[in-house]
Design a protein around this ligand. Sequence first.
Ligand SMILES: *Cc1c(COP(=O)(O)O)cnc(C)c1O
Length: 365
Amino acid sequence: MNIPFASFKKMHSELREKLDLAYERVLESNYFIQGKECADFEKKFAGYCGVDYCVGVGNGLDALTLILRAMNIGNDDEVIVPSNTYIATALAVSSVGATPIFVEPEIQTYNINPDKVEEVITENTKAVIAVHLQGRPADMDKICAIANKHNLRVIEDAAQAHGARYKGKRVGAIGDAAGFSFYPGKNLGALGDGGCVTTNDKEIADRVRSLGNYGSDYKYHHIYKGVNSRLDELQAAFLNVKLDKLDYWNEERRKIAEKYFAGITNPLVTLPLKSDDIFEHIYHVFVIRCKERDKLEEYLNSKGIGTVKHYPIPMHRQLAYKDLGIGEGELPIAEEISRTVLSLPMYYGMTDEEIQYVVKNINEF
Ligand SMILES: *Cc1c(COP(=O)(O)O)cnc(C)c1O
């Protein structure tokens, strides 16, 4: 049996007609940037998250970068980020000229350990980026309490957690602002690049919109040295179609996860934490840990099962962050995670037979 790591086949074939219509609508409208589709999507996604403002941007990295710029975070500033996240979180900080300060995660949740945040706060610290990694919300009450105490901004990196809830509240509506990515493989994905910023802060929303549009407040008036980062009409039109299905797809992912939890019994394998009432997980990825990860991966691949390592090299060991001078062994939890994690197939449309085939092969390893 051949089981890909991810597939959009069922998702897109079920929506084929609506996606075709969306494309035709945009073509007929004669409007390709900053038109009705994007405005509709922004309104709809703001409502979905439960925030006042949503601003479409070019991608998830830009969403985070523009939030930092809107908060006037830059040279000589420090921003706290988890030591195990996709590198985009840290790159956003670097791209505004600030320094990412890595804080180790809790190995059970994979999310930043709030109890370690306070230790690294200095007079230069301006913000904390809480990443809801793998689709599981970070411990927002604790993070927000520390941020409040030290007068720091809280930015959510919600690129892996569309629709996840923390204490009943959607991610994207908890911090001062949040960045989302609509990269195709995310739980809500466009058919190309896309992203957005959500916030209840009008000033941040206005500044992000302007910064992403050449720093313009109205046509040919420029108040900032901005960039070009906008969500185009075609991607917004596709997202308008797909957003209606997000909760349903997330529910289906939860069902797949439940089957993994019920079926995987190999003692060599550590399962992720389950979704619960406080931390509602949307399983962007289903990540297991195994001391013999590379052998397990090879074994599963030889059985036709697709897997991915999220992520094989921690940020502080990447050439790009050599300048931070963080040596091997200095962030042991991030290193342990990158040595042992393996993501299993997880996508809308996985059949029971496919799930059981993955379970069986993991248990036989
Ligand atoms: C995907 C991702 C991003 C970046 O989003 P892009 O749209 O690819 O730029 C940022 N942070 C995290 C945690 C991500 O997974």
